[in-house]
Design a protein around this ligand. Sequence first.
Ligand SMILES: CC(C)NC(=O)[C@H]1CCC[C@H]1Nc1nc(Nc2ccc(C(=O)N(C)C3CCN(C)CC3)cc2)ncc1C(F)(F)F
Length: 277
Amino acid sequence: QHPAFNNTEYKWTLDDFELGNRLGRGKFGRVYMARERSTGFIVALKTLMKVEIAKNRVEKQVMREIEIQSHLRHPNILQMLAWFHDSHRIYFVLEFAGKGELYGHLRSGHHERFNEHLAAKYLYQVTDAVNYCHNNHVIHRDIKPENLLLTITGDIKLADFGWSVHSPSLKRTTMCGTLDYLPPEMVRGQNYKQYVDHWCLGVLLYEFLHGSPPFESKKQEETYERITKLDMKFGSHISPGAADLISKLVVIKSDRRMNLTDVMNHPWVVENKVKGD
Ligand SMILES: CC(C)NC(=O)[C@H]1CCC[C@H]1Nc1nc(Nc2ccc(C(=O)N(C)C3CCN(C)CC3)cc2)ncc1C(F)(F)F
C-alpha cells in the first residue's frame, strides 16, 4: 500500500499517470503498464469501456469487483490501489505483477506442466489467498490459471474478482469461458457456498501437475458428464501425496471437500512447497 494511494480523498485522473507498454487485453479493455507521476510507482492500469460494460449489462459486477478487490489485503491477492473514470472509461489502478500471467508459464511457456515443488508452492499461496477471502465472506468462484499472476519474486497474485460474490450466493449471471473448472453444484445450477472454490483448487492442482484440467473434453456435454461422474484419471507420474490431496478436494458432495487450513498443512504440500527454494 504505497503512501500516494493511501489518500482516499484524492481524485485520481489519467494525468496522474505516464502510460507505458500495453500488457495485453482484459475483458472490457486494454491493460497498460503505467508510472504514477508523483512517486514513480509502477502500476498496471486496466481500462474498461463504459459502452462495453453497459452492452454486457455488467455494471453491478464491475462495482462488486471494485468493492471486493479494493478492500481485500493479502500478499497473494492482487491489490486494487485506486480507481477512477472519465466520460468513456473506468480505470482500475492495480498492482503490477512483474512475471505476468501464470498461464503463460504453464501451457505455452517453457514448462508443459509444473514440477511438484512449484505446484505445491503455487497451490499453497492460492489456498492462503482463498482462505483469506472466505474468512472475509467472499467466494472467488473463478479460480483457474488464467486468473493467477506471478510477481518478479515468483509469488502468486490471485486476480480478477469479476466473478466473486459475497457468500452464500445463488448468482445466476451465466458464466462465460471454460467449463473445465465448474463444480457439479454449479453445473446443476444449485445453490452453492464457498466450497466451489475448494473444488477449483483441486482442479487447479491437477492442471499444475498434468498441464491440462481433469475433465477436459472436446464437447461441452462431455465435460459436464465427466464432472458429474467424477471421471478423473491420474498420470503415472503423479505422486500418491498429490493424488490424495486432489481426491480430497475434487469431491462431488461440496461439504465433504477438505478444508483450506488442512490443504495448507497437507504433508505433500508441506514437504514439496519448500523443496528447490
Ligand atoms: C488476471 C487477469 C485475468 N489478467 C490480466 O489482467 C492480464 C490482461 C493483460 C495483462 C494481465 N494483467 C496484469 N498483468 C500484469 N503484469 C504482466 C502481464 C503480462 C506480462 C507479459 O508477459 N508481457 C507483457 C509479455 C511481454 C513479451 N511479449 C512477447 C508478450 C507479452 C508481464 C507482466 N500485472 C498486472 C495485471 C493486472 F491484472 F493488474 F491488470
